[in-house]
Design a protein around this ligand. Structure first.
Ligand SMILES: Cc1ncc(COP(=O)(O)O)c(C=O)c1O
Length: 335
């Protein structure tokens, strides 16, 4: 099976297993797991923040952030179809009691003018916006990368209007590799940023939430409240440290393979959307039926909408897998 469903499907590489099996461990709820502490220090440095917190998932990272930046009854501004709206089971409403305003965004990229328009004048009747969230890269936007100027303009605008800012950087290292701009620069100006170790970086579990020292102390309490306090979790933090050292630059290979997939499918007449990173979306009349036919032929992918299929490249795919997937698509096209 050629698994193109997500970049989350990878298995630890032999080097990663080795690092995990030799991890120095402690009880992280007491703050004494040295491997977790090292991962948090490295992550904070790479993201240009004072401190960081290891969390079990990207979803928990986002939800801790939303809870940590808002009060019940606040409004948060998020691009339509962003993960926090579309794929976190309504958690911002349930956990934080906030109103989520979905802002139309082209390829998942928010336009500062739309944010200006979405911020109402102070009014006793209105749920006041207190947080702006962006997703970089944008998953539903096809792995699109925020232009740095737009990010900086959004952060400055939010600051001017008294809003806090959170970046869902689940795939921020794909953005770093695609743009050549260091993650710390991308995240500059944002109060908090999460990134996932369990996606393109190839770890089995884990995300990291970064911010100021004081705010991360607050976030640590929220993580505990949500049941996210973990014990001898250095075993997973070791995988994260290994990934940050060995699996960042190689994301470029995933981007080249996604590009090849796009070109191959395009040349067969499929409505493929061009990707800057590791995702290719296909516009098709019946995505569910096509996903079933592909599965039978040996390619797994996700129908994320009735007319949209997503293909994702990752660490466990080689050039030959991509060529074979293109050939299988070609056979289905000829049927
Ligand atoms: C952009 C984005 N943010 C957050 C998440 C959530 O990550 P997790 O599955 O670890 O909860 C995902 C997962 O696919 C994602 O694509």
């Amino acid at each position: 099976m050629i698994d193109l469903r997500s970049d989350t499907v990878t298995r630890p590489s032999p080097g990663m297993w080795e690092a995990m099996s030799h991890a120095e461990l402690g009880d992280d709820v007491f703050g004494d797991d040295p491997t977790v502490n090292r991962l948090q220090e490295v992550a904070a440095r790479l993201l240009g923040k004072e401190d960081a917190l290891f969390v079990p998932s990207g979803t928990m990272g986002n939800e801790v952030a939303i809870h940590g930046h808002t009060r019940p009854g606040d409004r948060i501004l998020v691009a339509a179809d962003a993960h926090v709206i579309a794929h976190e089971t309504g958690a911002p409403a349930v956990i934080s009691g906030v109103l989520v305003e979905s802002i139309p965004a082209r390829r998942g990229i928010l336009d500062p003018d739309c944010i200006v328009a979405a911020i109402p004048a102070p009014d006793i009747h209105v749920a006041a916006p207190s947080l702006l969230c962006v997703e970089n890269t944008s998953n539903s936007g096809g792995g699109s990368v925020y232009p740095l100027q737009t990010l900086d303009a959004l952060a400055a605008l939010a600051r001017d209007r008294g809003l806090r800012t959170h970046m869902d950087g689940a795939r921020i290292f794909n953005a770093q590799v695609a743009s050549g701009i260091p993650a710390a620069r991308i995240a500059r100006g944002w109060d908090s940023v999460t990134f996932c170790l369990s996606k393109g970086l190839g770890c089995p579990v884990g995300s990291v939430l970064c911010g100021t020292r004081a705010w991360i102390a607050h976030a640590r309490r929220i993580r505990k409240m949500l049941g996210g306090g973990m014990r001898q979790v250095g075993i997973l933090a070791a995988a994260g440290l290994y990934a940050l050292e060995h699996h960042v630059d190689r994301l470029a290979e995933d981007h080249v393979r996604a590009r090849r997939l796009y070109e191959g499918l395009r040349s067969q007449g499929w409505g493929a959307e061009q990707s800057e990173t590791n995702m290719v979306y296909l516009q098709v009349p019946n995505a569910l039926a096509l996903a079933d036919a592909l599965m039978e032929a040996g390619v797994a992918c996700c129908a994320l909408a009735p007319d949209r299929l997503r293909l994702v490249t990752h660490l466990d795919l080689g050039d030959a897998d991509v060529e074979e997937a293109i050939a299988i698509f070609g056979k289905l096209r000829c049927r």
